[in-house]
Design a binder for this molecule. Sequence first.
Ligand code: NAD
Ligand code: ZN
Length: 357
Amino acid sequence: MKGLAMLRIGEIGWIEKERPACGPRDAIVRPLALAPCTSDVHTVWEGAIGDRHNLILGHEALGIVDEVGSEVKDFKPGDRVIVPAITPDWETDAAQRGFPSQTGGPLGGWKFSNTKDGVFGEFFHVNLADYNLAHLPEGMSLEAGVMLPDMLSTGFMGAENAKIKIGSTVAVLGIGPVGLSAVAGAKLRGAGRIFGVGTRPASVKVAKEYGATNIVNYKEGDTVEQIRNATNGEGVDAVIVAGGGPDIMMDAINVAKPGSVISNINYFGSGLGEQDIIPLPRIGWGFGMADKNIMTGLCPGGRVRMERLAEVVMCGRMDPSLMATHVFKGFDKLEEALLLMKAKPKDLIKPVVIVEE
Ligand code: NAD
Ligand code: ZN
């Protein structure tokens, strides 16, 4: 079978591989719709998680079940499914402690395009199918559905971890597709004012539709100053970090008020040195004592998460398809879509590849 792979740091290409084998509790799935992620860009072109050789990329997919193992109960060949980006080993210690995305070590629930071949192949393997697949609801568009495995799950986690209360003031730093999903998540959690910090016109438009009440252009002025000015100098109750380099944490802490949560969902992609640091402002952080608490998390995976996200969409709470600005048809278009994600033209939010209708 064919797949679009990371050949080595900085290089992608199409390769031939054996079709994966199916274990008794697993499934083999073929893609229905796929989306490249900024994380694929960090992985390949910034070498963020180290070198990988001939590893098939991709972790955002809707699929059609092709084969199931003898012990799989709820899925059969032909079923249309949502495939979470994160597919934890649900019987492990970390899952039982409540951190399924971190099974088998930090980020261990992230298998596709990290520790095994991803979803950009003609077939891909899903571990523990009954726990890591969800049925694609009848009537959900592929453009909407393919945002669930990672964009909605990660962005909503950003809002959940930020402990937003009804009426909380929230700032979302970075309004690419992850930040936009966080804006929508903040609104769903009952936020009052939501500052969307970003510049791309396509993103600004969707940020407003998803619930941003204020747009802050960080290129035209200092983010912290602009948000402080708009909040009587106080800052915000919750910050969701969804873009930028390590320095973004300076803005995040400085714009947060005491008693706030800074919820990071950003993947700090560059550099692998043990000495690399992410700076925090000493004074802005109250010398380490200002009750400004930092939360982190990897995208939640698994079946129940996907089913809940599907409920949000099917009940009309938000429309994730607004983020699908560039829609390609056919598996062969994957490379073009991934390179577009790398180039990030101004009119792009998220490219999507429809493999089968
Ligand atoms: P994106 O690049 O489309 O969006 C991020 C935006 O932030 C860009 O538009 C960028 O211009 C903007 N930005 C840069 N500096 C900024 C600043 N100082 N202030 C405000 N905005 C700034 O990326 P995306 O696809 O939305 O993904 C966002 C991040 O989330 C990436 O690092 C991605 O790898 C990561 N991610 C994490 C998880 C997770 O599980 N935690 C899952 C998926 C993606
Ligand atoms: Zn991703």
